[in-house]
Design a protein around this ligand. Structure first.
Ligand SMILES: [Zn+2]
Length: 370
C-alpha cells in the first residue's frame, strides 16, 4: 500500500529544518504556532486557535468516524556546548513535520479519508499540562480514534522499525512541605526536627512493596531543609516521583505514599501537599494497535513491526483517553537511530525516518474505519 503514498520530501524537510531551528518552551510556542498556521493557510486547511494559548487544531473531511492525530510542539530550555538555548531534543520538530505531511496528503487525496480528521498541534507536552488544557478548551469533538507518535532512542527501536504502541507509564510528582518546631541544636528534645521526620518518611517510601509483577517506582528526588548548623530545622520541602505501568497501580501507589506521609505527622510535624503533577499511563486499545501494526507492516514490511518495550517515560497524550474524549488511542514508536537519547541536547537521528513516519501516520488514517 505504501507505494501509493507520494510525499513532498523537500517540503517536509523544509518544515523540519525551520521548526528545528526555532524551538520554544511550553506555552511559549508563538512562532511555532504562527509557522504551523502559515503552512495550513498555504494548504487551504481550516483551523482553530485557542484563546490565550499556543497551538491549534486543524480539520479535514467530515462525518464519522472522527479520527484525531496529535503532535506535541514544544522544546526544552537547556545548556549545550556552554550556551543556554531552547532545543528540540525530544524530537517534537519531527512529529510536527510528520503531521504537516499528513495534512498535505489528505488535502491532495481527500477520497482516501473516511470521516473527519482532527490534527491537534498541542502545546506544553514537556510540562504534561498541554493536553488537559486542549481538552478543557472545548474545541475538540469526541474522537473515535486518536493517534500520536514519538521518536524512540536507538537502544529501544532502530531505524526501519517501529512499535504500534508506546506503553508509557503513569507518572506523578508530589511537591511537599514539611513543618516542624525549631529549637537550639543543643536541646533537640524541645524541637521537632524536619530532617528526622523526612528520614523516617523516606524509609517508609522506600519500603513500599506492591503485590504486582508490573514495574513501578517511588523515588524522593529533592529535599531541602535547614539554614544554620546549630538550629533544629522547622521547615523543609521535598519532591517525590511515582511511576507505575498502569493507572490502577498508580492509584494504589498514591494511596500508600499518602499513608506514609500521614504516618510521620505528630502534634509538631505537619506534612502538606503543595502540588501534584500527573500524567496517566497508556490505555492500550486493541483496535488502534491493530491499525497501527498494519500501517507499520505496509510501510516497513513485517520485519519492521516490533514488540513494544516498557518505558518509564510519561506522555500527556494519554490524557485524551483517560479523560474520555478519545476512545481508541495509541502512539507510534518511531525508530530513527536516535542517539544518544531523548532530552539530551545535541541529540540526532536519521532524517529519512521522518518520511517513514509520515507514511505510517498517513496509512493508519486510511486504515481506520468505524
Ligand atoms: Zn517528547
Amino acid at each position: 500500500m505504501q507505494n501509493t503514498i507520494t510525499l513532498n520530501d523537500k517540503q517536509i524537510f523544509t518544515d523540519f529544518d525551520w521548526l528545528h531551528e526555532h524551538g520554544e518552551t511550553a506555552f511559549k510556542e508563538v512562532n511555532t504556532t504562527a509557522y504551523l498556521a502559515k503552512r495550513l493557510d498555504e494548504m487551504g486547511i481550516p483551523y482553530e486557535q485557542f484563546e490565550n494559548m499556543t497551538g491549534l487544531i486543524a480539520t479535514l473531511g467530515s462525518g464519522s468516524p472522527v479520527i484525531g492525530m496529535r503532535t506535541d510542539i514544544d522544546a526544552l530550555r537547556q545548556t549545550y556546548q556552554g550556551k543556554e538555548g531552547v532545543f528540540h531534543s525530544c524530537g517534537h520538530d519531527a512529529h510536527m513535520a510528520i503531521v504537516l505531511a499528513v495534512a498535505q496528503y489528505y488535502v491532495d487525496n481527500p477520497a482516501d479519508l473516511t470521516g473527519t480528521l482532527k490534527l491537534i498541534f498541542q502545546p506544553a507536552e514537556e510540562t504534561v499540562t498541554g493536553a488537559e488544557k486542549v481538552i478543557k478548551s472545548g474545541r475538540l469533538p469526541h474522537m473515535n480514534y486518536l493517534y500520536g507518535l514519538h521518536v524512540c532512542p536507538e537502544v529501544q527501536v532502530r531505524a526501519k522499525q517501529a512499535e504500534p504502541i508506546i506503553p508509557a507509564a503513569a507518572t506523578r510528582t508530589y511537591w511537599v512541605t514539611i513543618k516542624g518546631k525549631t529549637a537550639h541544636a543543643g536541646t533537640p528534645e524541645l524541637g521537632a526536627n524536619v530532617i528526622d521526620a523526612f528520614s523516617e518518611l523516606n524509609e517508609k517510601l522506600r519500603r513500599i512493596n506492591l503485590d504486582t509483577k508490573l514495574p513501578y517506582s517511588v523515588t524522593t528526588t529533592m529535599f531541602q531543609a535547614g539554614k544554620s548548623s546549630n538550629i533544629i530545622p522547622d521547615y523543609g520541602t521535598f519532591a517525590i516521583d511515582l511511576r507505575a505501568r498502569t493507572n490502577d497501580l498508580m492509584d494504589e501507589l498514591q494511596q500508600r505514599a499518602f499513608e506514609a506521609m500521614d504516618s510521620v505527622q505528630t502534634d509538631d510535624i505537619k506534612v502538606t501537599l503543595d502540588g501534584n503533577d500527573f500524567s496517566p499511563a497508556a490505555i492500550p486499545s486493541q483496535k488502534a494497535i491493530a491499525n497501527m501494526s498494519s500501517a507499520i507492516t505496509d510501510v516497513l514490511g513485517p520485519a519492521g513491526l516490533i514488540d513494544a518495550l516498557d518505558t518509564p517515560g510519561g506522555d500527556d497524550f494519554h490524557f485524551y483517553a483517560y479523560d474520555g474524549i478519545a476512545d481508541e488511542t495509541t502512539m507510534l514508536g518511531l525508530g530513527c537511530n536516535l542517539n544518544p537519547g531523548l532530552h539530551i541536547p545535541g541529540m540526532t537521528f536519521e532524517r529519512e525516518s521522518i518520511l517513514d513516519g509520515a507514511r505510517m501516520m498517513i496509512d493508519v488514517v486510511r486504515l481506520t474505519r468505524n
